[in-house]
Design a protein around this ligand. Sequence first.
Ligand code: CTP
Ligand code: MG
Length: 231
Amino acid sequence: MTAQLNPRGDVAVLVPAAGAGVRLGPGRPKALRLLAGEPLLVHAVRRLAAAPSVHTIVVAAPPAEVQAVRELLAPVAPVIVVPGGAERQASVAAALAAVPAGPTIVLVHDAARALTPPELVESVAAAVRGGRDAVIPVLPVVDTIKEVGADEVVLGTVDRSALRAVQTPQGFRRAVLSAAHAAAGDSLTDDAGLVEKQGVAVSCVPGSEYAVKITRPFDLALAEHLLAAAG
Ligand code: CTP
Ligand code: MG
């Protein structure tokens, strides 16, 4: 059954899903790789659609797969599908351009973070609604981090207490994200980075272990186990 999105919701979620998945190894584009028999993108969109504030979902698909992605997601949730770009930032920009009038909060969420719980979507959205311009979910860094020179010799140990690992969904006041993308020069791996360059304060909320980005084969195996354990 197709989940209905909330027509009174105030959140649009952009889902960059146009990457190749090179680090996952040879195969289909990553968003279409199977996890427990279903594409990563289906897992991701199902969880986004379960978040009560979500009004609109826009997916940036691999350009050759736009129609296939529309058909794949039709039974999951009503979504807008646009062709993505050569880099993540271009995919996000393409999705942003397709957001209809209405939502005042825009979240950007990697399809590769397929097991992100709806509760995290809500907590990021709530922080923006509460007055923050830009909000990112973070986890503390657990490993010791070293700075290493080109010759693999350690230059020093970084103070871990000030570091955070950053996840998605990243949330923004719509006007803030639009302005950051309009002004974007260099390509960055996250949207909060663009907003930081505009001098906008970015606030952190607690992330989730389930929002892990499926990047390498190990991550896919981990996600299979997490799903199996969740029953
Ligand atoms: N992404 C995108 N358009 C691109 C590149 C990436 O929409 N041109 C999306 C991916 O589909 C993914 C998210 O951005 O959902 C995070 O990127 P990453 O994990 O790096 O995915 P890939 O680029 O697909 O993986 P790789 O870098 O290993 O090729
Ligand atoms: Mg990539």
